[in-house]
Design a protein around this ligand. Structure first.
Ligand SMILES: [Fe+2]
Length: 173
């Protein structure tokens, strides 16, 4: 059972949020989620709130999920992990080491609104994602015929993996 009224009491509605504020808000909301009361056994993506300045999702994964490289059309994000493991990869160009950070239960991170990133959620991961402002569109990236290509997608559609771009970046170290 999700108490959306208690979430709403935490959410500023008069301004956009900075990335670290999104992460802090995701963490505060996580404290109001009773994990033992969550319905299990099904993958779910539950909208916690959406207003002009922010939106938030509670996601449960039942299998490993790779979002591929994408942007949020200017919206920053803060993520808090309630259970399991999630990884965030910032797109690094120029042959440097891939920049992948791993987060476990109780950890949070944020990502600014003008970057390109990829997330992996392990099977069993439960995460809260706060975006600000509310996402208007997703841009999905992959390499097609050697060229980087951005494909726009609706905000509520999960973005697919980026096999060409991931291969071009080389092995994870
Ligand atoms: Fe994202």
């Amino acid at each position: 059972m999700l108490d959306r009224e208690r979430f709403a009491a935490l959410v500023p509605t008069d301004r956009d949020l900075a990335p670290d504020e999104c992460a802090a808000l995701a963490r505060s909301v996580a404290e109001l989620v009773d994990l033992s009361a969550l319905e299990r056994g099904a993958e779910s993506f539950q909208l916690l709130w959406r207003n002009e300045h922010s939106e938030a999702w509670l996601n449960q994964q039942l299998e490993n999920r790779d979002t591929g490289f994408h942007d949020h059309s200017g919206s920053c994000v803060g993520v808090h992990v309630l259970e399991g493991v999630a990884r965030n990869e910032v797109l690094v160009i120029g042959g440097g080491a891939r920049r992948i950070s791993e987060y476990g239960a109780g950890e949070s991170f944020s990502f600014h609104g003008s970057g390109i990133h990829r997330m992996e959620h392990d099977n069993g991961a439960v995460t809260i994602h706060v975006y600000s402002p509310a996402i208007s569109a997703i841009g999905h990236y992959d390499v097609v015929d050697g060229a980087l290509r951005r494909t726009p997608a609706p905000p509520n559609e999960g973005s697919p993996p980026s096999p060409g771009l991931t291969a071009a970046l080389g092995a994870e170290s």
